[in-house]
Design a protein around this ligand. Structure first.
Ligand code: MG
Length: 455
């Protein structure tokens, strides 16, 4: 019953918003705007890395990895210091970005594998679907990882065009029965195994082409890179060049790719009308040692709800709208992108469902801060931590992290003073810890029944 209702709500939303978008276009025509380009809705480009650490860009403190294009992008735009992915692993992080909701709400809490039969539910409304109703052309170029069976592919969930691999680039383990990694265009496999050395370069070429082809209409380009997830691959022109080893080569090629995309936007005259966002799905895969990235000053990495697992580099650039050289220290994250981009596109949030992020347009324009909303850290279906303002509480844990035993009681950190989570203040501030514990209990209760985890 609930499923049927939600499905109906989604269909109603897409229909209603579709006619609203048409109405707006007609309104512009009536106004007889001489320069449609100037009045145009902004374009959006989201560049989403895979397993890039907080400390992996020069502008976030990397010493051996050279990222001149990203450094310039930060100088020309806004540098975020506390930007969160909404999960410490691939699938749920992507689900959260594209639905604007904690992944537990969509059941996409686990990493999907080549033998998975499940994927993103048809009742979910993706950011691409919401933007399509506002008149946007949409493309997903890169790693999808929200289900590879036909009904879950990007082309069935709001993207006009898809080019990329449908899941992680290491999911070709013969003894598990995995096939070689497929490279897809729309719904067809065009290469298998995908030539991974060329992926970053080909994604970039595809992205440039999409921008050029859609320069006369608003577009949303979602570019989830396959790299720097292991196995690491770089083009011959980047391999062996970085002082940061193969991992550095791969990140430097991503940096080149960012430069190419910014150059294409400039060449097409779209620079001042395009919001470009660069971030990553989760923190560095530290157990890969030299083939994994660095969380910089943050604690631990991928797979954990310490800051290193979910706090990401994030740069947003939009010349003329975002002030060059601006910095935002407050918490924000990928959950904020859905309401922000839909708002910028002139749309409104679909009714009948909870959105977990905030519209951060005031942050981008430096007209205000993000509302003080709690951020909840989930690992799979488990709610493990909560941040409110400067404070973060983390549940007791006993287990293994990267093969090393780890055990801790309730933790309380002051993230403004101690972003590396070195000093547990639980005994010193029991009332603050108790209030965060209450928020976690209440949030878990408010979630109610959640969908079974998809596998
Ligand atoms: Mg990842």
């Amino acid at each position: 019953m609930i499923g049927a209702l939600t499905q109906g709500t989604r269909r109603d939303f897409l229909r209603r918003m579709g006619s609203a978008a048409l109405g707006l276009t007609a309104g512009w025509a009536r106004l007889g705007l001489a320069n449609a380009q100037e009045q145009r809705k902004p374009n959006f480009v989201i560049i989403f890395c895979d397993d890039l650490g907080y400390g992996d860009l020069s502008c976030y403190g990397a010493k051996k990895i050279r990222t001149p294009n990203l450094d310039r992008m930060a100088e020309e735009g806004m540098h975020f210091n506390s930007f969160y992915a909404c999960a410490p692993v691939c699938t749920p992080s992507r689900a959260g970005l594209l639905t604007g909701r904690y992944p537990i709400r969509s059941g996409l809490t686990n990493v999907l594998f080549p033998n998975s039969q499940d994927g993103i539910d048809d009742t979910e409304i993706t950011l691409a679907e919401a933007l399509k109703t506002c008149g946007y052309a949409t493309a997903c170029i890169g790693k999808w990882h929200l289900g590879h069976q036909p009904s879950f592919l990007p082309t069935r969930h709001g993207f006009d065009y898809y080019f990329g691999i449908p899941y992680s680039n290491d999911m070709d383990v013969p003894k598990r029965g995995d096939p070689p990694i497929p490279l897809m265009r729309n719904e067809a496999i065009i290469e298998q195994p995908a030539d991974q050395d060329t992926l970053t370069r080909r994604y970039t070429e595809e992205a440039r082409r999409f921008i050029a082809e859609h320069k006369n209409e608003p577009f949303f380009l979602y570019l989830p890179h396959t790299m720097p997830h292991v196995p690491l691959h770089a083009s011959p022109s980047f391999a062996g060049r970085s002082p940061g080893g193969l991992y550095g080569d791969v990140v430097e090629e991503i940096d080149w790719s960012v430069g190419e995309i910014l150059a294409e936007l400039k060449q097409q005259g779209l620079d001042g009308n395009t919001l470009v966002i660069f971030t990553s799905d989760n923190g560095p895969w530290l157990s890969q040692r030299e083939n994994g990235g660095s969380a910089g000053k943050l604690r631990l990495g991928k797979g954990t709800t310490f800051e290193g697992g979910m706090r990401e580099p994030c740069i947003m650039r939009w010349p003329g709208t975002i002030r060059a050289g601006s910095v935002y220290d407050g918490p924000s994250g990928t959950l904020d992108l859905f309401p922000t981009l839909v708002g910028l596109a002139g749309g409104s949030l679909p009714e009948g469902r909870v959105y977990d992020g905030c519209d951060i347009r005031p942050v981008l324009m430096e007209e205000g801060v993000r509302p003080a909303k709690e951020f909840y850290y989930f690992n799979g279906q488990e709610l493990q931590a909560c941040r409110h303002g400067r404070w973060k509480a983390k549940k007791p844990f006993k287990g293994n992290v990267y093969g090393e035993p780890l055990e801790h009681p309730w933790l309380l950190f002051d993230l403004e003073r101690d972003p590396g989570e070195t000093t547990n203040l639980a005994d010193r501030h029991p009332a603050i810890l108790a209030s965060l514990q209450m928020k976690m209990d209440q949030f878990r209760k408010d979630l109610g029944d959640v969908p079974k985890a998809k596998r």
